[in-house]
Design a binder for this molecule. Structure first.
Ligand SMILES: [Zn+2]
Length: 123
């Protein structure tokens, strides 16, 4: 069985790692759901060159897509809106990675935390 000192040392390592992750959380900027796709489109004018030549299609147009309450929603974004939200989506993805790492780390910590509790009770 692991000694109390050993458990404390392991817990300290885990806590340091966890603190690094929570620091990254607090540094994250605004976040936005979904993703942005840039599309080239044909227009409604039948004689426009965009119908004959794929290279001459109009765009790119930035579309934002997300799931809200199980439903897919999509919206055309203005260019400046797309630039801003793209960064916020990057922020959200980074946040999700950090949260996943926090979950993984917590799974490792639980057995150490329980052993420490047990030892503390036994005195
Ligand atoms: Zn056209």
């Amino acid at each position: 069985m692991a000694s109390a000192k050993n458990l404390n040392e392991r817990m300290q390592v885990y806590q340091k790692r966890y603190q690094k992750l929570t620091a990254r959380l607090s540094e994250t900027g605004f976040i936005w759901p979904g993703h942005i796709q840039r599309r080239y489109l044909t227009c409604g004018k039948p004689n426009c060159v965009c119908h004959k030549d794929p290279e001459s299609r109009h765009g790119p147009y930035a579309y934002w897509t997300s799931k809200e309450n199980g439903k897919t929603v999509s919206r055309l974004l203005r260019p400046e809106e797309a630039d801003l939200l793209e960064q916020w989506i990057v922020n959200r993805r980074e946040l999700e990675v950090v949260i996943r790492q926090m979950k993984d780390l917590s799974k490792k910590v639980v057995s150490v935390a329980l052993k420490m509790q047990k030892k503390a009770k036994m005195g």
